[in-house]
Design a protein around this ligand. Sequence first.
Ligand code: MN
Length: 458
Amino acid sequence: MLSSAPATAPPAPPSSDEDFFSTASTSTSSDSKPPSPSATPSSALPQIPIAWPDDGVLNVSWVTNLMQAFEWASRAIPPSELPSVLPVKVLDKLVLTASKILHKEPNCVKIEENSGLVSESRVVVVGDVHGQLHDVLFLLRDAGFPADDRFFVFNGDYVDRGAWGLEVFLLLLAWKVLMPHRVYLLRGNHESKYCTAVYGFEKEVATKYGDSGKHVYRKCLGCFEGLPLASIIAGKVYTAHGGLFRGTVATPSKRSKKKNRKVVHNPVVTSLILGSLEELAKARRSVLDPPWEGPNLIPGDVLWSDPSVTPGLSPNKERGIGLLWGPDCTEEFLKKYNLKLIIRSHEGPDARDKRSDLKGMGEGYTIDHIVESGKLITLFSAPDYPQFQATETRYKNKGAYIVLEPPHFDTPIFHSFEAVTQRPKVNPYYDFEEVIDSDEELDMVSMVPESGEQETPA
Ligand SMILES: [Mn+2]
């Protein structure tokens, strides 16, 4: 049964998915009536178990069937039966194929004319999705699926918190494999060993894949390590999960010029300066957990930093890793690279609830800095977050995504959306009451570095 599209709907997604999604709508920031999305499963059953195509080449119907299968499975079968839908061998093949593509990408991917960005293109930017499968499916249908003229940049945090992190990550990998030059998956701080051990993904995978759980988890971690850190769209928009980062050049302190200075084995007297894109390009991103000390700090900064209204750069004491940067840094970065926008994610309604200096995340986005050269935006795409929060303290936030349009791709069009209701009932994979107040703060005691990880040079 083909549902009728509303007048304001974006171009139809690929025809093979027409049966899959029900009609829903989005509000742009000017709309007065909030949408009420739903993700009613289609009467058509997915083709399962899913097999890797004989010719090894994915097509649109394979990817849409995967999405349909995950949606169906989330409602129809217990989590532990997911291997009957997606066998381990097929999962392995998907993760391996995607990993090979992702590892080859530079730290900062460029989406420009050379990569197929033309005057008919749109670029959709997405923030944290955190395992909220039904909301991700809604978002993809609402924005329109990736296509020749529709790019997607995801700002990371695919897993943890929500109950379907694995499905969300895998379906995005499938799109990446299908359209590697249209879909860009950046790394979030939750795509790490540390976060996934605390916020649910590791346990989720173990629950779903049983005896093969450890194997699947390891494959995912390996893939996380390969995710690029940032993107630049049309030479005008910088996106990353956390945001800006420090420079790696150590400036010697005055004292170090004195003759009788102590020779310090590992000099830490470094003034905090804003990092350059050249330094970002050289950073060693392939670490399970971005280090918070040592010489390789750029990945941790890009994934964990937050903006502040206070000028300057300072250590992000609240999180224990990354930086806080002020509007002056936003201006410096935009001006230096002739950019108009920074779109970062990382702060949901709970994080913003604790920050009196910045706006709340009720609409799924905030404009945090307005400076001479442009703006800094925080974008969060997980509505009604976090899924397992106690009812009385829920934020009931909307999620949002941004569309960038030609000719300059530098003016954000915000699309806010409500959560998909009638979410299947599931048990959380982490102790949400225990970690509710320590959201995303790095517990450095439990974060034991992999052997050699902190010292290995790039
Ligand atoms: Mn985050």
